[in-house]
Write a protein that binds this ligand. Structure first.
Ligand code: B12
Ligand code: SF4
Length: 520
């Protein structure tokens, strides 16, 4: 069979796609796990953001796919529907499969016949997709494939869920990077790829989709398999690797073992990026951080979430961000940042501001923390993704003000707090964050001088979208610039000129009335 796998072009706001364009790890894993007689092509559409329609038309013409699979996050829903409609117009009989976080956790959003989806893969896809393709190829019924919903006449049949896969058995084969058909993955000019070393997490932060997606569990790939995977990525040119694990720092001893294996294999010339918990780094950093540095780790995305206890309690992220010290629980963010800095690494600071009880001072305190401690801000607003406990809280408190899911990109405030409007929350973050990003420029310049010198004006233009000579001279307020930025961002969300078959708003239930307090 001919299979075309697509990831969506919609990108986030934290960095311009000019500087970072990463492959979608899920698609290479799916491609590596289908039977070898099938022909598979992967197109990460972030590499063709300005030519999505023509790229799809070309690929569909060249590949003549029997199956098209799309990997979709919630904020990419509308783009995915347009792409499906375009593909259907080009090949009316093609089978359309959707997977990833949104179809897994909000499958009912994909069943409307107008959208044109045939099969929804829920949860881990590697084995499910393999079995599904086998069934389609052998023209067997799909009822035997666990983990899918599929169209049967006018309705969707719901097959039983599939258990999460143990990763130490070899059942999940290595990713197939050779099937990627578009080029241009980059991290500031260095070719970048992604690898996985484990899946799952045993925490249950209220904003995170992972628990609803796969339950509370943690499975590890054998270290030798990870090294083989890194070798494959490096052989294909990667000089930078993002480790996409949900929470690699759950098993620190194994993480240390991995660093040692990377060093021994001579794979430590690569720049590694990884996500980590502050509590693990604070508790084990004195041993772990030097090893990480030696292994090539450069950026650590720290899930700080919030520095205020009451917000951490709401986010259910207190235990992963604190430790017992001198008879009381203390926040571990500062200690973690300090250890990473002392060992030559940079901190991408993940914070969430705009929680239900946030006042101006609580947001300002978090922004001040970011200004003082983090190297690159990754500050988001609580976003009601399907299936998270936090979404339920926001619905119950009537705090969701925006149901246009294409704006659920993390940096658009779509909820308000009991004291501040969504616009005010977003304005505060936007205003502070731009300048934090400028501060990191010299570091980037030292590491990648050629790239930065060539592109600095475009990097700055992205960070300061909406700014003009009048604002530089102080002749217009930052509110005016913010509104202009919002209008630009709105336009950027239109990735292809093909109509969306569904036009109604569809987020969780939204607020009916705005209390006066919303503009304090
Ligand atoms: C790594 C990661 C990133 C990396 C992505 C690097 C990359 N290019 O791959 C970075 C840091 C850049 C990132 C950014 C964002 N992310 Co992110 N990210 C993750 C993380 C940690 C792991 C995802 C991953 O690669 N897993 C490994 C792969 C193998 O597993 P997988 O993606 O689940 O894929 C499996 C199945 O889902 C399924 N599957 C997936 N696609 C398909 C397609 C088909 C056809 C089939 C059959 C099956 C299938 O099969 C796969 C193999 O088993 C998750 C989860 C978490 N713990 O936070 C969040 C997560 C996916 N991110 C999320 C979001 C929202 C974002 C951002 C919008 C910002 C933000 N708010 O965090 C941006 C947007 C990115 C963009 N497009 O611009 C959300 C998605 C929620 C939702 N409902 O949409 C998650 C779940 C985090 C959360 N908030 O809970 N992210
Ligand atoms: S520790 Fe990270 S992966 Fe685990 S539940 Fe919290 S945010 Fe999600």
């Amino acid at each position: 069979m001919n299979i075309l796998l697509l990831s969506m072009p919609d990108s986030f706001e934290h960095t311009p796609t000019l500087t970072i364009r990463m492959p979608n790890g899920a698609l290479a894993s799916l491609a590596g796990n289908i039977d070898p007689q099938h022909r598979v092509a992967i197109a990460d559409l972030v590499l063709a953001q300005s030519s999505v329609r023509s790229t799809i038309e070309r690929l569909v013409g060249e590949i003549r796919p029997d199956v098209v699979g799309l990997s979709v996050m919630t904020f990419q829903r509308s783009t995915a529907r347009r792409i499906i409609a375009l593909v259907r117009a080009l090949m009316p009989d093609v089978r359309i499969v959707v997977g990833g976080y949104d179809p897994s956790l909000a499958p009912e959003a994909w069943t409307d016949p107008a959208i044109g989806v045939d099969i929804i893969v829920r949860g881990e896809g590697d084995i499910t997709f393999r079995e599904m393709i086998r069934a389609l190829d052998e023209q067997r019924p799909l009822d035997g494939v666990a983990g899918i919903w599929f169209r049967d006449g006018g309705m969707f049949r719901h097959n039983p869920q599939r258990d999460v896969t143990r990763l130490n058995t070899g059942e999940i084969r290595l990713p197939n990077r050779a099937s990627r058909v578009l080029a241009g993955y980059t991290m500031m000019g260095r070719p970048i790829d992604v690898i996985e070393t484990s899946r799952g997490c045993t925490f249950d932060c209220s904003f995170c989709s992972i628990i609803e997606m796969r339950g509370r569990n943690f499975h590890r790939f054998p270290i030798e398999r990870v090294i083989e995977d890194i070798r494959d990525a490096a052989a294909r040119g990667a000089r930078s690797l993002f480790i996409v694990d949900d929470n690699i720092t759950l098993d620190v001893a194994r993480f240390e073992e991995l660093c040692t294996a990377i060093i021994e294999a001579g794979l430590n010339k690569i720049d590694y990026l990884v996500q980590a918990m502050t509590a693990s780094i604070a508790a084990h950093g004195e041993r772990l951080a030097p090893l990480m540095h030696k292994a090539g780790f450069r950026y650590v995305f720290l899930g700080i979430e919030n520095i205020l206890d009451e917000d951490l309690a709401f986010l259910k992220a207190k235990s992963k961000n604190s430790r017992h010290q001198d008879g009381r629980r203390t926040n571990t963010a500062v200690a973690a940042v300090d250890i990473l800095h002392r060992h030559g690494m940079f901190v991408v600071g993940g914070l969430i501001v705009g929680n239900p009880d946030d006042r101006r001072e609580s947001i300002a305190a978090n922004l001040e923390f970011a200004r003082k401690y983090v190297d690159w801000p990754y500050i988001q607003h609580p976003t009601p993704y399907p299936g998270t406990p936090m979404t339920k809280d926001f619905v119950e408190r009537n705090l969701i003000v925006n149901s246009r899911v294409e704006e659920y990109d993390g940096t658009t405030a779509v909820t308000r707090s009991a004291h501040l409007s969504s616009e005010e929350i977003e304005f505060m973050r936007w205003k502070a964050e731009r300048w934090m990003k400028v501060r990191h420029l010299p570091v980037a310049l030292r590491h990648d001088p050629g790239f930065v010198l060539r592109h600095v004006h475009r990097m700055m233009a992205h960070t300061f979208r909406g700014t003009g000579w009048k604002s530089v001279l102080g002749l217009e307020s930052s509110r005016t610039v913010f509104r202009r930025y919002k209008a630009i961002r709105e336009k950027e969300r239109k990735y292809l000129d093909w109509p969306d078959p569904i036009t109604r708003a569809e987020g969780p239930r939204i607020l009916q009335h705005h209390p006066a307090a919303a503009h304090s």
